[in-house]
Design a binder for this molecule. Sequence first.
Ligand code: CP
Ligand code: NVA
Length: 313
Amino acid sequence: MKHYLQFKDFRAEEYAYLFERARVIKQRFKNYEKYQPLTDRTLAMIFEKASTRTRVSFEAGMYQMGGSVVHLTTGDSQLGRSEPVEDSARVISRMVDLVMIRTFEQTKIERFAAHSRVPVINGLTNEFHPCQILADLFTYLEHRAPVGARGFDLSCLKGKVVAWVGDGNNMANTWLQAAEILGFTVHVSTPSGYEVDPKVAGIRNTDCYKVFDDPREACRGAHLVTTDVWTSMGYEAENAARIQAFANWCVDASMMAVAQPDALFMHCLPAHRGEEVTAEVIDGPQSVVWDEAENRMHVQKALMEYLLIGRIG
Ligand code: CP
Ligand code: NVA
């Protein structure tokens, strides 16, 4: 049994497989073809933080694949009344086939997984957001990679540069793990005090990223420019200090201008126009944020199929 708790839980070869499955599953969805390999399977979704995309993509995806979902939050379950996470895992995993959790500390999802009889998926923790980077990479490949007989050619990622502008947060950590596994480089620019920590990011090879004080320099020559909210969920008390610290880390047209001429812009959303990105960039021609959001559902359908059924064909 496999869990998907962080990006580095899978190898490059498994990602190649997942991207190809996501491509096929997306095509079927677009053609209104019924595809229900998860009939009679149940996904429990546990949200200890807010969500729009993660909830809709997992819930719609599971129903489309023939299964059903149970939606739990801290407020309406015993999780909010201090039932131990280990006991919750033991109970929930006896009744469902798969669990997706969005919570605070990564250690909490690890404790849950250690006591679960069924696969567990990370739907975002303070440290990581692997489903989002799965969707982001799929989106990049859809826009930029040749498709051969065996799907996307992942070798096209080698040598590419992703510019990360903003907080050294769960998204940044996950980008670093992806870079280490898939062979690209992340140019990271964060305000001082908000840097990425390779130990938290969980990478061994620090060559997969370079740090830049100036966000414009991080964007120079990049194939993809990406950012995220200045204040992630769980850090709201720091909001005022962050607004001051991050003022120069707004992705604007001048940053996109020094990236590759065909660079893409991504943002996991929700976005704050005028803070981490200008409206001109996020609503402009290089932005693929709506594809990125939609692709959450297609890649997660491939992920759920892989965790519950294994390889097809
Ligand atoms: N990008 C993302 O995870 O969005 P939600 O917080 O809306 O789920
Ligand atoms: N870094 C953000 C991502 C939201 C999808 C957060 O953790 O709130």
